[in-house]
Design a protein around this ligand. Sequence first.
Ligand SMILES: Nc1ncnc2c1ncn2[C@@H]1O[C@H](COP(=O)(O)OP(=O)(O)OP(=O)(O)O)[C@@H](O)[C@H]1O
Ligand SMILES: [Mg+2]
Length: 575
Amino acid sequence: MKDSKISSFTDVQEELKESHKAPIAESKYKAHELAKSQREISIAEFFEKNRHLLGFDNKRKALLTTIKEAVDNSLDACEEADILPDINIEIMEMGTDKYRVIVEDNGPGIVREQIPKIFAQLLYGSKFHKLKMQRGQQGIGISAAVMYAQLTTGKPARITSKIHPNEPAHYYELKIDTQKNRPEIINESEKEWSKDHGTRIEMDLEATYFKGRQSVDEYVKQTAIINPHVTVIYQPPKGEQLMLVRASDKKPRLPEEIKPHPYGVELGMLIKMLQATEAKTIKQFLRQDFSRIGDKASEEILENAGLMNNTKPKDMSRDMAEKLIHGIRNTKIMMPPTDCIVPIGAELLEKGLKKEVNAEFYTSISRPPNVYRGNPFLVEAGLAYGGSLPKEGTLDLMRFANRVPLLYQQGGCAFTESVTSTNWKQYGLQQSGKNLPVGPIVLVVHIASVWVPFTSEAKEAIAHYPEIIKEVRLALQEIGRSLSKYIGKKKRVGEEMKKRSYIETYIPHIAEALKELVGFDSKEEEKVRVLLASLLEKKRGALEAMEFDPSKNKEYDEEFAKIGRDDAEQGEQIE
Ligand SMILES: Nc1ncnc2c1ncn2[C@@H]1O[C@H](COP(=O)(O)OP(=O)(O)OP(=O)(O)O)[C@@H](O)[C@H]1O
Ligand SMILES: [Mg+2]
């Protein structure tokens, strides 16, 4: 296009003709043409096209995501109603790549009028507007599963829910009208259900079932590890039913909902809050709508912002809101309350690990709470080592967020970065560069937060907030130290056992030599042999310190002793 100044439609036409050699309609601007195709996009239509964003990018993952969304909801609902969760999961093969998924819980149930919207309208839920530690956040999970099932098999989702033993159960067959993002009720009835209360969802979908990593089997196992208070009965499409009984009858403490912390609020959000608030003055707004702001802090903020205490929130301009943000950032405000996050606890985490992973050594840690973008969070980690875990290959990393296993997107997760950027050599493991270390290890990392920063709507990986990466690394360092102590002891035990076995081998020879040299008879020779053997048993060095039972650990792990020696030679310091 020429550089000349364009001043009229004719000029535009001329310019376009020249550059594209394509005539355009005399009567309209191009923008008018574009306007014809510009219209609202329903959220359901958007995700219908972009189902990979919700975790439905292939048939294998679709099966896992469907079950995960239903189970997450069941566990959240049970916990919110203070019920020990009993969850039934069933997968039935219905034809080539066609499966029926059934998830049933003993939760509080769902009131009749809410059922259609919950299961057949995207972005409808009770959790999005709350800052509370829960598995679900977005209000999209289960309706996305219903939509995927409908798209791939054309069949409606079947839901049964009951809220009290004296109430009938309600049964619905539901589809989503994706153009309007509204529920379409195919069938509705009252039903007898022997259960006191709970919810059951049944969906037919296109999927494939595999075992191994990233499978539903793995998800169920990991769910049991991280939720020791849950019982899961799982019927895979092939093979035996699995019953994972709770390791603890203790229900986790109910997390408190909190208000946003001022340090985490950005300008756009603040403007929205100013419009929505019921507070009459800006000072009242600060005290009512945020956590950790009292009389003194609110006055200090307003002074630092150069704003009047009695300004009406609705009269606040964009500039004034920006000043308020400035005031907040320049005022020292207490960190958010941390009783809103409920850790699993080191002890229970270890118990869960012991239940599902057969190893010889376990250690765990629950870190104190911290804050990212004003949101409280807490990191826990557990480690199982040795025993029947495979010696070859890298450490098996299990990631969890608010007690939900994360099976996909390991590479893009902040947890993985924390693990690979930790120097595991100093804890007695092999590691090449910034890779996962090698060894017979299952490592569990859990983040509990009022808002988990996922990298996408599919809730598969944690975003790379430096505060989170740092906390995970601190947790890893602590369990790394316990591990290195164990590996060190194991090495010493191995060396001691080796020396002992040499001596044991020579004892009969010594006794025999003495018999020859000094002229002992057979009785005296036997006496010497017993005496030397009992001397050897009188005191146990490393074996005693470790309460090591050699009869249970006959197979000494030469490989690990060697790793320990190599590291010592390299002059690596154990922290
Ligand atoms: N089994 C259930 N028992 C009781 N309530 C349920 C159950 N399943 C879903 N709900 C309710 O339905 C809502 C919507 O569920 P949905 O899975 O779509 O979103 P969410 O759990 O809020 O967030 P996310 O999209 O992150 O999963 C929930 O917020 C909850 O209030
Ligand atoms: Mg959900």
